[in-house]
Design a binder for this molecule. Structure first.
Ligand code: PLP
Length: 380
């Protein structure tokens, strides 16, 4: 972990706001995932943090990638295009899944030359893929229970269990190759039963497809949702992995390839924001700190990711509950209405926030003329 001394030194050297990425932590998270889920190949979900340096570190550690747009695809492609010794069709599927079930015609046309692995969840998409990307391998995205996830995804994507095999057979009749199934149990899932249920549903769909004459599915993609340890209430990955491994071994023959698409788990703990107090006021009797980073920037996850981050002070001292505001003129730019911080902090003092590596800087804007935080990679 990057120490508070190192964070302060970086702020002195580079100024603030900073978004510090710890590449040791990325490697540790990848290794933890691999250790507890040995049968599962991790396809890092690039949307959690698309920084090419992060993609490179995870690639070197052995990761594959889940992309959902053409620019994300190209970030990964830049890094893997010189991979030696393999047929393109092999390595592209080994290293990338295009996991956005809805793709524009133009995207499919561009993707087709790479013979990609892509997800789908509806009839319209079969027609599009047949017309514009017939060389794809298809993965049917299932709709599964997202109960208890911090960010729910099931209302936007996924074929219902009743239509799943119909869609698989329609794609096959259209001359397309259906390779397997995928699902997403919702981001930051602390209800581990979601995974158990989704794996059981997938096994059921595999069986129904076989019974109806299609036995060529050879992969199961168990998606993302692996929780980051934001606080002590989050149970460790080892506990979730035990449940997942038991279900996979019980329900899926060893030759079925198992993929996952962890985003948050890989990067959340690798990111730290360092910001500076630029103003201080008392409003309605409450102490307010104004800092140089906010919800339009590194703290965007407060809005888009429904995530709250803890602010910490490098200086110690008696604390009180205060409000922390971002730098823009929008009243939406509130980082917290209830942070417990020393009340004697001064203009120029620094604050930091750990575990902010996922769904944060990735959605930074230039709103109100304020630039995103400077990204610093610590790669020892
Ligand atoms: C966002 C997303 C992920 C990553 O989810 P996490 O909860 O960050 O692990 C994986 N797969 C798909 C299809 C996604 O949309």
């Amino acid at each position: 972990m990057i120490t508070t001394e190192e964070l302060q030194e970086l702020a002195v050297t580079h100024g603030t706001p900073l978004f510090v990425i710890d590449h040791d932590e990325l490697r540790t998270n990848y290794a933890t995932f691999k250790k507890h889920l040995p049968r599962v190949q991790a396809y890092y979900a690039v949307k959690a943090n698309p920084d090419p340096a992060i993609v490179k570190t995870l690639f070197d550690a052995g990761a594959s990638f889940d992309v959902a747009s053409m620019p994300e695809f190209m970030v990964v492609h830049e890094i893997i295009k010189d991979m030696p010794d393999k047929e393109r069709q092999d390595w592209i599927w080994d290293k990338i899944i295009y996991a956005n079930p809805i793709k524009a015609n133009e995207t499919l046309i561009e993707l087709d030359k790479y013979k990609p692995l892509v997800t789908f969840d509806n009839r319209e998409e079969i027609t599009k893929i047949k017309q514009y990307a017939p060389h794809s391998g298809l993965v049917l995205r299932l709709r599964v229970t997202n109960t208890g996830a911090m960010v729910e995804l099931s209302s936007k994507f996924g074929a219902g269990p009743g239509e799943a095999v119909d869609l698989i057979l329609e794609a096959v009749q259209a001359g397309l190759a259906v390779e397997g199934l995928s699902f997403h149990v919702g981001s930051q899932t602390t209800n581990f039963e979601n995974f158990v249920q989704a794996i059981n549903l997938s096994a059921h769909i595999f069986r129904e497809a076989r019974e109806r004459g299609y036995d060529k599915m050879n992969l199961l993609d168990i998606g993302g949702g692996f929780p980051a340890p934001y606080d002590d209430s989050v149970k460790p990955l080892s506990e979730l992995a035990r449940k997942i491994n038991a279900e996979l071994d019980r329900l899926f023959a060893p030759e079925i390839e198992i993929l996952a698409e962890p985003g948050r788990f890989m990067v959340a703990t690798a990111g730290t924001a360092v910001s500076k107090i630029i103003g201080k006021a008392v409003r309605d009797g409450k102490l307010c700190y104004y800092i140089d980073d906010g919800v339009y920037h590194t703290f965007s996850g407060i809005i888009f990711d429904h995530c709250q981050y803890q602010m910490e002070s490098f200086k110690k001292g008696p604390t009180q509950i205060c409000t922390v505001f971002g730098p823009t003129c929008d009243a939406l730019d509130v980082i917290s209405m209830a942070e417990d911080l020393p009340f004697n902090l001064q203009r120029g003092d620094l604050l930091y926030s750990r575990n902010i590596g996922a769904y944060s800087g990735a959605s930074s804007t230039y709103f109100n003329g304020f630039s995103p935080a400077t990204v610093i990679h610590v790669n020892r």
